[in-house]
Design a protein around this ligand. Sequence first.
Ligand code: ZN
Length: 141
Amino acid sequence: MTDEARLSYGDPITAPFWQGAEQHRLLIQCCRTCGAHQFYPRPFCLNCQSDLVEWVEAAGTATVYSLTTVRLPVSPEFNPPYRVAVVQLDEGPRMLTNIIGGECRIGDCVRVQWRERNGAPPLPVFEPVASEPGHNDGQTA
Ligand code: ZN
């Protein structure tokens, strides 16, 4: 993929997310009117309908909200078995993603990593981290 193609990846609403991904920066939107964070990107704030949404870098830490293992091939890009999860970013929004690395359960703390792809920007995936006091509701791996 050429630099020009990478820079124009996505559409006008999502392009900033992919440009962040190229630099391994997880960008989400934050509303300048009410302070709410949101993902995926939209042209306005879901909470207050303001169009004053700006891009901010997320901390990259999250808690596993839902988790499953896919064992049947559904796409040539993904070789089963692999784990699909919804993670809740520390900023609030939930994100559909893959879990890599070691054992992982619902409630575990995870941190963003980047999976490189041919012909497209990297994808954010999440990896379990050692439980940090106060980060989740006390569950341990
Ligand atoms: Zn708002």
